[in-house]
Design a protein around this ligand. Sequence first.
Ligand SMILES: [Mg+2]
Length: 367
Amino acid sequence: MQIARIFAHQVDLPLVESNYKWAQGKSVATFDSTVVGVETKCGLVGYGEVCPLGPVYLPAYAAGVRAGLKELAPHLIGLDPRETAKVNEVMDFALKGHPYVKSGIDIACWDILGKFTQLPICELLGGRFGESVELYRAISQLPPDEMAANVAKYREEGYRRFQLKVGGDANTDIERIEATRQVLAPSDRLVADANTGWVLHEAIRVVRAVKHLDVYIEQPCVTYEECLTVRQKTDHPFVLDENIDSLHAFLRAKSDNAMDVVNLKISKLGGLTRTRQLRDLCVSTGIAMTLEDSWGGDVTTAAIAHLAHSTPEAFRFTSTDFNSYVTVSTAEGAPQRVDGRMQASTEPGLGIQVRPEVLGPKVVDVS
Ligand SMILES: [Mg+2]
């Protein structure tokens, strides 16, 4: 089996809530997503998706996905897409860094492997654990009372885990955490994700002010060293996200006891192959995970579901149904949330069929 063609479609994904705001006034109204296709000589086609959270969240941007695909694709024609480790070796040799560019190709290769073996990706990644995957809802940054109202609204839809977008003014963030914790049941899980938005002294003020509340603190500051300092000054459970962008970053943080939970995003790490490696290491070293991506639609949500469903339940902190945040559906068969949970498809590969009428023309096409 050989890769004969690599192509991509650009898709706009408007938000149900009209925009999404997080730390330091950053926001996105319409996500710019790239659906990547890998086609074999024998006619099998696999799909992946890469959707950065705008250009200012991680070192990734939407047009960079397409430019990177044009750079990478000629090196991959003729490779066997089922040999995912080899495909990744070639990608890493042909283009240094830029893991998000490689993620869509890697997911598409797993989709092909699943279609070839007639197995869903979650079974290829280790097996299906449990009936379904518990989701969290990200709560866009707003005044404290509005965020608390949104938490209550999404709680009625079945969610029991929530991630507050803080990382703004520290005093307001303290109010945000207090207001939202009040509308939750004791068993509900609340994360305050500053997305690098606090400077060190503000982060320390916030964690002291909410010391009496049951809340997880995620990625308070920009640098790993600042986050480690905050970690050492609080007994709140602690999550690292933006700083854990590689296996080596994780190994260092684990060695420093820098977190209790880690956020693994498929495109941040370069695809399912690399994310599985780190996922398995987290399980072996006792670190629970948020398993998700930076953003996306139906294809990304399907990939998240397979990754999460193949992870032992005790280590699944949360995952995200991104396709319920956006107004456009790019594929049939993608997971649909029921009572705050979703399931990976039992169909081969990702278990989805893309909608050609939504994807539009190819904006990258290398054969
Ligand atoms: Mg985060």
